[in-house]
Design a protein around this ligand. Sequence first.
Ligand SMILES: [Cu+2]
Length: 135
Amino acid sequence: MDRRTFLAATGTGATAALAGCFGTGLADSEFDVEMFSNRFAPESFEVSVGDTVVWGNTGSRGHSVTAYESGLPEGAAYFASGGFDTEEEARNSYPQGNIPSGETYSYTFETAGEHRYFCIPHERAGMVGTIVVRE
Ligand SMILES: [Cu+2]
C-alpha cells in the first residue's frame, strides 16, 4: 500500500481537507501524519526503510515530534523536531523544536522496526504515535 492509499483508507485526507478550511494553508498532499486536536493521525503509520515521513500541523496549537529513547529499535538514530540528540535535551529545550500551526517536520527513517514518539506539550493528553518501518 502506498502512502496515498493508506491515507485515503484511514480517512486522514478528508480530515486534513476539513482542517484546511480553517486556514492553516496546509494541503493534505503536503504531509503523511496530521497533528491536530492533541493527536497524531494516523496514530500508527507504516513506511519502508529510506522513506521520509512528513508531519503537518493543521491545528491551531503548536506540537512537537519527539522520539521516546526507550521506544526505538536497536541501533536507530534518535529523532526529534528541533534536531535534538536525546529525549532529555528535547524535553528540557521545549519550546525549541515546536512545530507551529501550518508548519511541517520531516524525518527519514533508516532502521527497520517500531519507532514510538510523542508531543511534548500534549503527551499527558495522550498525543503519542508510532512509525512502523519495514525492511
Ligand atoms: Cu501536541
